[in-house]
Design a protein around this ligand. Structure first.
Ligand code: ADP
Length: 201
């Protein structure tokens, strides 16, 4: 097994994140917690890549539909879709439009529990209910009902992998092996070294 400090996750700053000029703010939040940026590129994705990316998990269509319907139920509202699969397919169509509208930034971040740490800092899918202190909760205001009304994807600034397995597959879609860098960061000594020594002169 690889050492936990080697865990990697995949992140996209979506077109709204670029247009809101939040690249620096988003990277700052991932960087300052102690994660290491090991790959980064700007690209305008095509629809094929978007579909490949979101169908890495074959159950994603159903799950995204269920999550959306439950969010309406939690607010005491009736969801516009009854069938999770139908809802999920609509979401994928909306995502194709959203993510191909302009440049995105794709990144790979590395560190102990990188997948979970990045999901925690990013916050829940719907900015309306994302926790305060998270990127989505602090920096934007979209909601399921508004995006459904306007038949578009929820603009929530970021994609972040849901599991280590998903991250590995997503990284393969977006990056070639030689675009990912293995290097040491000085700060890793404080985070991971068994002994903290060499501080005192
Ligand atoms: P997350 O990005 O939080 O992992 P999902 O994988 O469930 O969330 O959904 C992928 C993306 O699809 C979300 O980030 C959001 O942009 C969009 N999305 C999800 N559900 C809906 C919905 N019901 N209507 C519009 N867009 C949605």
């Amino acid at each position: 097994m690889d050492h936990p400090k080697k865990e990697r996750t995949f992140v996209i700053i979506k077109p709204d994140g670029i247009q809101r000029t939040l690249i620096g703010e988003i990277i700052r939040r991932y960087e300052r917690i102690g994660l290491k940026l090991v790959a980064l590129k700007m690209a305008v994705p095509d629809e094929k890549t978007v579909v490949k990316h979101y169908t890495v998990d074959p159950d994603w269509i159903r799950k995204v539909g269920e999550k959306s319907i439950i969010s309406y139920q939690n607010k005491g509202l009736v969801a516009p879709f009854k069938d999770p699969e139908e809802c999920g397919r609509a979401v994928l169509g909306r995502l194709k439009k959203y993510l191909t509208t302009g440049p995105v930034i794709a990144m790979v971040w590395q560190g102990n529990k990188a997948v979970g740490i990045i999901r925690k800092l990013t916050g829940g899918t719907e900015p309306l209910t994302s926790d305060v202190g998270t990127i989505r909760g602090d920096l934007t205001i979209d909601s399921y009902d508004m995006s459904d009304l306007d038949d578009r994807a929820i603009r929530n600034l970021i994609h972040a992998s849901g599991s280590v397995e998903e991250a590995e597959k997503e990284i393969e879609i977006w990056f070639k092996k030689d675009e990912i860098f293995n290097y040491n960061l000085v700060l890793e000594k404080m985070l991971y070294d068994v002994n903290i020594d060499g501080i005192m002169e």
